[in-house]
Design a protein around this ligand. Sequence first.
Ligand code: FAD
Ligand code: SF4
Ligand code: SF4
Length: 1022
Amino acid sequence: MTAGQEFDLAALQRALRAEVDGEVRFDAGSRGAYATDGSNYRHVPLGVVVPRTVEAGAAAVGVCSRFAAPVLSRGGGTSLGGQCTNEAVVIDWTKYCHRLVSVDPQGRTCVVEPGIVLDELNRQLAQHGLKFGPKPSTHSHCALGGMIGNNSCGASAQAYGKTADNIRRLEVLTYEGARFWAGPTGEDEYARIVTDGGPRAMIYQGLRDITGRHLAEIRRGYPKIPRRVSGYNLDSLLPENGFDVARALVGSEGTLVTVLRAELELVEVPAAEALLVLGFDDIYQAADAVPDLLEHSRPTQLEAIDGRMAQLMREEHAYLDSLESLPEGDSWLLVQFTGDTKQEADAQAYELLRALGRDEDDPKVALSDDPAREQEMLKAREAGLGVTARPPDGSETWEGWEDSAVAPEKLGAYLRDLERLFDRYGYQQASLYGHFGQGCVHTRIPFELREGKGIEAFRAFLFDAADLVASYGGSLSGEHGDGQARGELLPRMFGQTLVDAMGEVKALFDPGNRMNPGKVIHPHRVDADLRLGAAWRPEPKQTHFAYPDDGNDFGQAVLRCVGIGNCRTHQGGVMCPSYRATGEEEHSTRGRARLLFEMLGGHDDSPVTGGWRSTEVRDALDLCLACKGCKSDCPVGVDMATYKAEFLAHHYQGRLRPPAHYAMGWLPLWAHLTRTLAAPGLANAVLHAPALGRMGKMLAGIDPRRAAPLFAADSFQESWHRAAKPQPDPGDPRTVVLWPDTFTNQFHPHVADAAVRVLEDAGFHVAVPAGPVCCGLTWISTGQLTTARRVLERTTRVLQPWLEAGTPIIGLEPSCTAVFRTDAPDLLAGDQDITRLASQTRTFAEHLVNHAPDSWQPPRTSRAATVQTHCHQHAVLGTGPDRELMRRAGLEANVLDEGCCGLAGNFGFERGHYDLSRAIAEQGVLPAVRDTAPGAFVLADGFSCRTQIGQATTGRQALHLAEALALALDGPPPADHPEKAIPRPQPRPAAARLLTAGVAGTLTGLATAAVLATHRHRARRR
Ligand SMILES: Cc1cc2nc3c(=O)[nH]c(=O)nc-3n(C[C@H](O)[C@H](O)[C@H](O)COP(=O)(O)OP(=O)(O)OC[C@H]3O[C@@H](n4cnc5c(N)ncnc54)[C@H](O)[C@@H]3O)c2cc1C
Ligand code: SF4
Ligand code: SF4
């Protein structure tokens, strides 16, 4: 029991473990990972329960109730108002309770569990041509329980309304144990409920009583605008609204009931869409135009993007294609129409244009007829928060006044006043965008949340802004809910009487105030419990990497994570493979960023202690593949692979490391020694000998189920230098250096041979460094950063003539190429040779596409190809030139969007990672390879990806793009399994067995000799 806590935490924990079928975690790591949501607030939870079933979740609430412990339900944890962080027992519904229980296609309804993610639900409903209408921007990872909690909506609300408008019934559980299905309640049903008696009857009678006493106030005090999300939905209890208890509970943010199941109303997936984009001189004029547009049309979405957001996208090089397709203007309205046919949808757009007296030729008008482009443009709008959260100039913007709403006809005037308020507080350059068709405005504001004066101003601004929106008859929140950010402001909007009525409702459902306390009703102050705050004092850290985009500050880099939660998506891109496989918050990029934040120790109550030596952070990072997926896919560029390397460097400083760090971290060194001793054959035999290999793997920290990669008989450098070709002049513009990375050089030298052939075919003269060189990748990924730095310094010395001459350096292995481009400059900031190395490094495809003579045609190979992009290529190098090279070569490339292959360098080899590594691969990459036609290529430039594909039961070996092109130089590749034409090192089981037998024989001989010697010795002494 701790101060202010009236229950025994240890006993609570024991009871939860004993009575709940689920994972019960009160450890520091879990508590740290769940300490914040997407908001400015932070509360360390008491513990986390991950129920395996809905019944188990209900049981957890029951146990908490017995102990009077506060409870907080959690979905995707993307809330922006602080309603999903609390000093409570957090129930995470997303890992197991995510079933679509039933669908009634005729009645257009379905029943779901609370943890189901919206996109996943809609994927399952697609077979019926149905979907759930409301769609927040977080649709790829928000859960239905969270949507119900927040009364979520989004652009599609223009057509389908908010979540509350699409709920048929809810199965709910009160803190005190009443469990029932709630919905619209006719007189007969009401009478039956009252007759049945019990807690439910008391609640229903109480609700009737409260509504009855405040009828006039509710009718008058609830704004009649499309986007009123603030406050409890007392208006749903009005007689004219059918005394709908389910809808009244939607948006109560876990403060009244726990939702166990929901019956949803569904809508038809529209057959066709059309998008009309209109440009304006500024965002106010765009807002002014909305009423006219709504008078002449019935769009299904009416969204706005302003010039500031477009400018940030340009600066961040994000969504450039989308921006290019926008018409002239500084700000834009995106108007979407749907219909049964494309013509029908288009016709509505043309009709609107006519009504506005404009046409398609107007430079400020764009009417897209390409659905993919339409989606791209809408995606740019959805990305708003990510783009505006961390502008490239290093400033920070925060939520707080992120989703206010007024009637659409008042929007222009409201925005002008809001801008004046920004000016008064000196909050410059806030982007204004959002769901203008419903009068809802998004903005993130550069509040100063680290020092007292700034926080005072933050608070004063919120009160002024609340008064402003109330003066327009609007809503504090038009989308994201109240939580802690708006709870204290509710009286400004509703008046005290209505807020008191909401308090009565709270008392009816949760008399002890144990359900998500301090949020919405009886709220904590808007400026309390801040994630940062005036008392936040993180410990400054000396670091190995420079973090140039974060003011050379590791803490600032960690703060990048604003909790958007895109790292919890299950499809598309790469981020985050470990979360996709485990479903664990702690194994998402966000969970790891949270733990690092806690590790920095800015708050007294941080559960993570021990700084760099923290075992919680080590464990959370253990399953990070260092794939760099987050570096590109996270909207604010959290780069967990770098943070992991930094952490490992400090964590193990002066201590023994795990064996894998010495075995695989030092791989380039071992490989070089093996060559020097002329023993690649012996190394292959040892590593593949049944017993010896197992023992070797055990000592090296490698999973016994992993086959060690096979050394080639000759390394690429050996055969290259044996051929004694003259080194070309570094200054000759045709000269290129082919980088002999360890993986290509030692294990797949044919890749480099092939690259040389293609480069020479294109007229280049290839130079290859003599002697061992390395990019330091394996030392970086295992956090041996001092060694990595030395390795890189040695490399630049070897490369000096070429670096000075500006010779292009061609990388074949994406992970090594990415080191030169990003890790090396961060690790050796200010080193001029490293800067040269970064700017002179090119991928094979980049060089051929951008620098080969115009007259050169890549060898034609008209084949299909399944292409797995290495994660570091995806994150750092991009795939544009590869796609172009494949196009020019006639390859019909199916570039997979199935995420990481799961091997990720040393990760998949390490003991304890095998199952996860394979699970990740089976989520998309391996099935796609198995589905590849026998005559098609399987291409993977990454050694890891080729290894994972080759070691799985796919029946295929993947090739590097260079190998596919080189094959085509000799004519058509084999019609069946074209990789058959490629030489790869093959295991020699007989040699391995012989070696085992030999070693076993030797050991037996030695043991026998030792026994005999002992006997003789003893006999002599006797
Ligand atoms: C980048 C970004 C963009 C966003 N865009 C939108 C948008 O377009 N539209 C929009 O509406 N919102 C938006 N949001 C806010 C948020 O994503 C949505 O409200 C989302 O639907 C919340 O879902 P979740 O699963 O993350 O909920 P959570 O944050 O996990 O929970 C939300 C609330 O519901 C409660 N809750 C969760 N499960 C239950 C349950 N089983 N029983 C009772 N209560 C429960 C929680 O306690 C909490 O109070 C955005 C947020 C971010 C970060
Ligand atoms: S890591 Fe990136 S994507 Fe994940 S929650 Fe943080 S900001 Fe969002
Ligand atoms: S590096 Fe990869 S595994 Fe690690 S957090 Fe980022 S996306 Fe996830």
